[in-house]
Every structure is written in C-alpha cells, then in structure tokens.
Design a protein around this ligand. Structure first.
Ligand code: GLV
Ligand code: MN
Ligand code: MN
Length: 413
C-alpha cells in the first residue's frame, strides 16, 4: 500500500455539505427525488466538479453518468466507484451522495499528487436508485447490467403519470451512449450502513460480503364504495378493511420469519377518500427481505395464501403484482479481500457485514467483480432527514476506497 497517499477529509465533508444544500429540508435532510429539477442541479454540480478534475463525462440512455480518469494503460478495463444522487422524500445527506463524493475525493486526491494508476478510473452516478418516484429501485444499474429492459424502464410512470424517459429528456440527461454491460475491472460502492451493527460493534468499516434477497409487490384491493350511514356492517365491501388486514399480515410475516425477515408496507392509498364513504378501492406496496432466498420464497407463499383468505373474508377482489425480485448476493472475493487488507493496513477497526439495503452494487455484481465499503451511521438511522455519519468514519471510508481503488487499478490484468 502507498502509505504516503491520503484523502482530504475537509474537502470531502465540504462537498457533501454543498451537495446536501440541493433539496435541503427544514429538518436537516434532503428531498431530491429522481429526475426532478433538483436531481438535475445535483448532476450539474457533480459534472462541474468532475470537469475541474479533467474527467471525461459520458451519459448513457438511462442517464447514468460516468466520469473517466485515464490510466497508464487505457486498454485495461476501468475500476469504477460511485453510487447515486437521488434521495427518498425523507432522505438524508449521505445515502448515495457519500458514495459518489467519496469516489470524487479519491480522484481529487490522486490529481493533487499526479498519481496515475495503471488502469483507468471512473466515477459513476446511477439513475433512480431509490425507486420512490419511479418504482422499482435501482433501475439505472439494472438496465446497465442487463437485468431490466431499457424501454420498459423509460416507460415507468410516477404518480402524476410522467414517465422516467420523459423526465430524463426534460432535465436533459437522456444520454447517447448505449446502456449495457461492458468490461469493468471492478466496482466498489461506499455507503452508510443504514442499520446499527457497525456502530454497536464500534467499527469504522464494514467489509460487505453480500446482500439479502428482496421482493417488492403492488397490491390492489377492490371492494365497493357505499354510504357510511345506511349500509349495514354485514353488507360492506370495505377495501380499507382488507388493506388494514394486509398491513397486519405483512408485519406478522416479517416477525414470523426471524431471524432475518423484514416486511414493510410503505405506501397505502385510498382511491377518492371521503369520510362518509366506505372505501371502494385501495392500493398498497409491500417490501419483503430475507438473507435466505428459500425463506423469502416461503414468505411469498405465506403472503399469497393469507391474502386469498382476506379476500374471501371481506368479499374483496385482491390482485398482487411482484415488481422487483433480487436474489441474495455474495460479493467478489478479490474485491472483499482488497477492502479487508486495506482496512487492516490502515489500522481501521472493521468487520464483515451483510447489506440489509439494496444497492446498485448488487446489480453490478452480476457483470463485474464488485464490493462495498460500509461506514456506520448514527443510531443506524437512514431514509430519514436526521441521517448522520461521523467525520472520522466518512474519512475512514474514503481512505479505504482510495487505497482499494489504487490496489485494484495497479494490479488488474
Ligand atoms: C434502497 O434504498 C433500498 O430499498 O434498499
Ligand atoms: Mn443508497
Ligand atoms: Mn436509499
């Protein structure tokens, strides 16, 4: 390891804070959803910073941005690092931006000392990681890795009926490069853990070994609108009662599949709500996760069986559509080992960890050697405006990224 090379912690923190101004919320978080005007502003700022570092920008048809720094041997496949700039509506400053700006800090630090790696380096910003505006999540990396069709992705609609493709064109990030797999030496994503494990263990670095399986669903519950006064209880087809039973069912399945199961209903809408009308139609979303593919399959079976019973009991029509499926993944051994070795050399307390969240790295893992560096976040809180990471951990993550990228770029064949 080149022990005399280091990142500039203050510059990295300053960039994170500046990026967090774009879409800043009153509670100190960020609301910068995919392909909004604010997403455009954040992308423009990122590109401006990359141009200051003499990086070559390309944008693909999904709006994924690549910023390339040439190496000594540009026939070698590049070492990539990055994450996303879009956020949840109640997002924080670090989910996504940390990974993008840590990669930028690596490049800035190498430029400071004019260190040229053997293989080229690229920073990447993946489009629509969060999936809150255009579900499902991680579509930029899913199309890039060949798991999602480009045209299908461009047709995903938000709640106002605007498509991802239209919004991409509107903010002028509908790039020309084909969005498809190409040869990549390695991909590393730096991210906050978004859970409490590292903080409790007092470790600065998580060497991510893999990610858990997940399934997302959309559920439509159809009953019948009727008057809240004259309609007897036994004559009702109350869609919200059905939906409420599903919410409780989903929660009970997560609890039943311990250890490891997670289950969430994050969206619940009543169509045309009115206080003296029995709800006739509801829509809800389900997010199921488990480290074991088999256990997740059992959760799915349970869900479908019990939903049938709810439909019968309450005289409702319930349809369930699965919109995302991710198998559990193991990250590349060489990349994991590199992150582990670098953390040891830097004498940073570290441990192996499984990612509870989905990440673009999970998709890229299918087409390139991939790994992730986690740092703790305070109280394990994320997808929340109060999300916070400590300066020492931010610095540690970027430092590990720097040396891991050098190691991989100087030793690729
Ligand atoms: C991404 O934020 C996820 O849902 O895990
Ligand atoms: Mn993220
Ligand atoms: Mn997120």
């Amino acid at each position: 390891m080149k022990s005399n090379i280091g990142i500039n912690k203050n510059r990295l923190i300053k960039s994170i804070e500046e990026m967090a101004q774009i879409g800043a919320t009153a509670k100190g978080g960020v609301n910068r959803q995919a392909l909004t005007d604010l997403d455009k502003v954040s992308r423009d700022l990122f590109i401006k910073w990359c141009k200051n570092e003499n990086l070559k920008i390309t944008i693909d048809k999904m709006g994924n941005i690549f910023a390339r720094r040439q190496g000594k041997n540009n026939n070698l496949p590049p070492i990539l690092s990055g994450s996303h700039l879009d956020t949840q509506p109640t997002g924080g400053k670090y989910d996504g931006a940390l990974g993008v700006l840590s990669a930028l800090e690596v490049i800035r630090s190498l430029n400071d000392i004019k260190y040229i790696t053997e293989a080229p380096l690229e920073i990447v910003v993946w489009t629509n990681e969060e999936g809150c505006r255009f579900p499902p999540a991680m579509t930029g990396s899913a199309v890039f890795s060949g798991q999602y069709n480009l045209n299908d992705a461009l047709l995903i609609e938000d709640l106002d009926g605007k498509t991802l493709g239209e919004e991409l064109s509107r903010i002028k990030y509908n790039g020309k490069t084909n969005c498809r797999p190409r040869k990549i030496g390695a991909f590393i994503e730096t991210h906050i853990e978004q859970g409490p494990i590292l903080e409790i263990a007092d470790k600065s670095i998580g060497v991510v070994v893999g990610s858990q399986a997940q399934k997302w669903y959309e559920v439509n519950i159809v009953g019948m609108e009727a008057h809240a006064g004259p309609t007897p209880m036994n004559k009702r087809k109350d869609a919200l009662v059905g939906a409420s039973n599903i919410v409780l069912l989903v929660n009970s399945i997560g609890n039943k599949f311990q250890p490891g199961g997670c289950s969430t209903c994050g969206v619940l809408n009543i169509k045309s709500p009115s206080r003296n009308v029995i709800p006739g139609e509801c829509f809800l979303t389900i997010d199921f996760r488990h480290p074991s593919d088999q256990r997740l399959k059992e959760m799915d079976k349970n869900l479908r069986l019990e939903i049938k019973k709810i439909a019968n009991n309450y005289n409702l029509k319930i349809s369930i559509k699965q919109i995302l499926e991710l198998k559990s993944k193991s990250f590349n051994k060489k990349v994991r080992k590199t992150i582990e070795k670098v953390s040891s050399n830097l004498e940073l307390p570290h441990q192996e960890i499984i990612s509870g969240a989905g990440h673009d790295a999970v998709n890229i893992n299918d087409i390139a050697p991939t790994g992730m560096i986690f740092i703790p976040c305070v109280d394990g809180i994320s997808h929340n405006e109060t999300e916070k990471a400590l300066k020492k951990d931010i610095s540690a993550g970027a430092q590990v990224l720097l040396h891991s990228m050098i190691e991989l770029a100087d030793n690729t064949k």
